[in-house]
Design a binder for this molecule. Structure first.
Ligand code: NOJ
Length: 749
């Protein structure tokens, strides 16, 4: 991290932000004077040891007796990983009745894309481009988790990720800052509820910050983001989530430009606390305080505990650094008790706001009825339906349910109930999961033949005789491919993104039977599927779709639901293109469709190759751009116009256009608006998403639409380090993906 900022600059950024947006709230998490008074009153009674105890979070999930003594002494402020409501109540009872001050615990869990009812992985949720639906999903997760005593989730993950090798790309909203910020707000509102009550679960925005930019896409690896990249690309989703009221934040594992996040005063103290005024709770990631020793950023636990506190961390997850060393650091004068008071205030404020002092216990008889409630399953199914992206269709889809007699279902993901839940779905149960095979068998009794071909994605097979025999008898072949949950997520990065094992061979084999072939891919990331496209008539990309993936996909395949998901991340042709994302800066030598290596004779010399920015073997374009996805119908944009040619910095741009459904099916289009700032004090992205919305149209329907883009949303941190709109010429596109549409021009003066 470069400490190029100074206080004047910080103030300048702040005031520009404030003039553009609403006034900075007194308390970002909604504490009023009564809450503050309560916090002060509790704090005033606490010993130094009790204060430090609040700053300690431990992993429970075993025998309650293990921690009973520490709880009585007030040495634990929060637990994670206990999901048994009876045990949670017992932990709380010990705190409330047997500890001196009766301070309840914050009970945490990684409820990432659903609790028992599992929704699509967050990358799949982002593909819906539907914040209202995503909010509903987070609300369902909160209802189920709080019914069992969990009041804090470590979600949403807001790490911008532009390298699909990174396994945790599954857990976020993909490559785009604007989309990520909208999903962040939706999830915060869903988890925390619009009204605080016992169904509110504190959100934890993570990982602060830059973790998704791990070098080479290898998890935990270093990042080297400049302050300007942080401010223009990586920080805005966090700022949006703070403005939405996110109660807690987690520091990340990575070091950025040499400074591990858990010891990074600039990002935590200066930006988060200082500029954004965040008064929620900052927790470390799991032992990320201790890992500062492995980073070589501190000599021992005492040293890193001091550094984390100094950076602005309030709670230590699983290092025991605060618990073991803060008292000694205060006594020696190295740390001021006032810094500890501040951290404890931040923790108590969250506990008070969640109402934990009044409602520490959960009703153990009521929780089960809430899990997998029909309306929760319906929301999960709708989310899976909206998140599936149709990437190819030669006309084979939708299938006609009336005419199928023998459906062959094959592939390793056809009946993988655990794996379709995806990463971080600890509490989703296999027996509640409906796979595509189960959904199709229920819908077409006696008409489905299941020959898996491969039992798991990495399996290698020479021949597929059994599948081929069944394919010859079938009238359609549905092939479910992808990767198991274990191949993405934390510490699960990959260097090769082709379909693993003999999956591509399986697809090619069934294609040779001459029957219509539809491939559905379930994966935690955008895999490199270029070589597979010719071997299927249609390809649906479902990510890991969750509990109700089966019925959702069956509905799409058989035309009850028209696919409407759009790529939240660029799909690469080959892994060597990574990182490739739509909002890249313009180079001095932009690619201009120059010759590729295999298009020129071997004897041709160097001069026959273009001197622009591309790969000789793969060019410069992806397989599918950001924002892309087909529908069973077609949409046509026309009459795009702006209300003016020149705008002032405080104006709002009104974009008018007409959208028509020109096909045969009812459908939803994700309308996208992109802007380019042609000349800046620094080079600017070739396009940036500034607005999206879903529009539903019946066949033949045409609608006139208007979109408002505030000019202040075009601001960025330029050469002088100040966030502002720079006057000059801009272009604007309205289209169904990031690579389509014709630009309109306007000026800002
Ligand atoms: C480590 C992960 O990085 C983080 O995302 C998660 O919330 C914590 N472990 C707690 O399980």
């Amino acid at each position: 991290m470069k400490h190029i900022r100074n206080l004047t600059l910080a103030t300048a950024i702040c005031s520009v932000l404030l003039s553009c947006q609403e006034k900075k709230a007194e308390s970002t998490i909604g504490a009023d004077a009564a809450v503050e008074a309560r916090v002060e009153q509790i704090l005033s009674q606490m010993t130094l040891a009790e204060k430090i105890g609040q700053m300690n979070q431990v992993s429970a999930g075993g025998d309650v007796a293990i921690y009973a003594d520490a709880l009585r002494k007030g040495q634990i402020g929060s637990i994670l990983n206990e999901v048994d409501p009876v045990k949670i109540n017992e932990y709380q009872r010990i705190c409330m009745e047997e500890s001196r001050l009766g301070i309840p615990l914050l009970v945490a869990r990684d409820v990432i894309h659903g609790y028992h009812t599992v929704f699509p992985i967050p990358l799949g949720l982002a593909a819906t481009f539907d914040p209202a639906l995503v909010e509903e999903g987070a609300r369902v997760a909160a209802l189920e988790a709080t019914a069992q005593g969990i009041r804090w989730t470590f979600s949403p993950m807001l790490d911008i990720a532009r390298d699909p090798r990174w396994g945790r790309i599954a857990e976020g909203s993909g490559e785009d800052t604007f989309l990520d910020a909208r999903m962040a707000e939706a999830m915060v509102h869903g988890y925390q509820g619009r009204e605080a009550d016992t169904t509110s679960m504190a959100a934890c925005i993570k990982h602060f910050v830059g973790y998704g930019a791990a070098e080479g896409g290898r998890d935990y690896n270093s990042t080297f983001l400049t302050e300007r990249q942080l401010r223009n690309v990586y920080l805005p989703p966090f700022e949006a989530a703070v403005k939405a009221g996110a109660m807690t934040l987690m520091t990340s594992f990575n070091d950025n430009d040499g400074v591990p996040s858990t010891g990074n005063t600039f990002v935590v103290k200066d930006v988060l606390r200082g500029e954004w005024g965040f008064d929620g709770l900052v927790v470390t990631d799991w032992n990320s305080m201790g890992e500062m020793i492995a980073h070589g950023f501190g000599v021992d636990r005492k040293d890193v505990a001091e550094k984390a506190l100094e950076a602005g961390v309030d709670m230590d997850m699983m290092t025991y650094g605060f618990l073991s060393h803060l008292e000694e650091l205060v006594r020696s004068g190295a740390v001021k008790e006032s810094a500890i008071n501040q951290a404890v205030r931040n923790i108590l404020r969250v506990k008070v706001l969640l109402g934990l002092f009044e409602h520490p216990y959960v009703d153990v008889t009521a929780g089960d009825a809430v899990q997998y409630a029909p309306e929760h399953l319906a929301a999960a199914q709708k989310s899976a339906e909206e998140s599936a992206i149709l990437l190819k269709n030669d006309g084979v889809l939708p299938l006609n349910p009336a005419s199928v007699r023998n459906i062959l279902v094959t592939g390793p993901m056809a009946d993988a109930p655990h794996d379709q839940l995806g990463t971080w779905a600890f509490d989703g149960q296999k027996n509640h999961t409906v796979t595509p095979l189960a959904a199709l068998q229920a819908r077409f009794p006696g008409k489905v033949t299941y020959v898996p071909g491969l039992t798991y994605s990495r399996e290698k097979r020479e021949r597929f005789d059994d599948v081929m025999a069944a394919a010859r008898r079938a009238d359609v072949v549905l092939v479910f491919l992808g990767e198991e949950a274990i191949l993405s997520g934390e510490a699960h990065s990959l260097a090769d993104l082709n379909l693993k094992g003999s999956q591509s061979e399986l697809l090619a084999a069934v294609k040779s039977a001459g029957k219509p072939v539809v491939a559905t891919v379930m994966a935690g990331r955008p895999l490199t599927i270029e070589r597979d496209l010719p071997n299927c008539g249609a390809l649906l990309y479902a990510f890991h779709p969750g509990t109700m993936g089966g019925p959702a996909l069956a509905n799409i395949l058989f035309g009850d639901v028209n696919p409407s998901g759009k790529t939240p991340i660029t799909f690469l042709r080959t892994v060597g293109q990574a990182p490739l994302y739509y909002s890249h800066n313009m180079t001095g030598r932009p690619y201009n469709n120059e010759t590729l290596l295999d298009e020129i004779p071997a004897e041709a010399g160097q001069t026959s190759l273009g001197n622009t920015s591309y790969y000789l073997d793969y060019g410069a374009y992806p397989l599918f751009p950001f924002g892309y996805g087909l529908s069973y119908t077609s949409f046509s944009y026309s009459g795009v116009s702006l209300d003016r040619e020149v705008y002032g910095k405080d104006d709002v741009i009104t974009v008018s256009f007409s959208l028509a459904n020109t096909g045969q099916y009812e459908g939803e289009e994700v309308v996208q608006v992109y802007v380019r700032d042609l000349v800046g004090s620094i080079t600017r992205p070739v396009k940036e998403l500034k607005h999206f919305e879903r529009v539903a149209l019946r066949p033949g329907e045409r609608r006139s639409l208007q979109v408002q883009i505030p000019v202040c949303s075009l601001a960025f941190v330029g050469l002088d380090g100040i966030k502002k709109v720079e006057p000059g010429e801009f272009q604007l596109w309205v289209a169904g993906d990031s690579a389509s549409g014709d630009p309109l021009s306007f000026k800002v003066q």
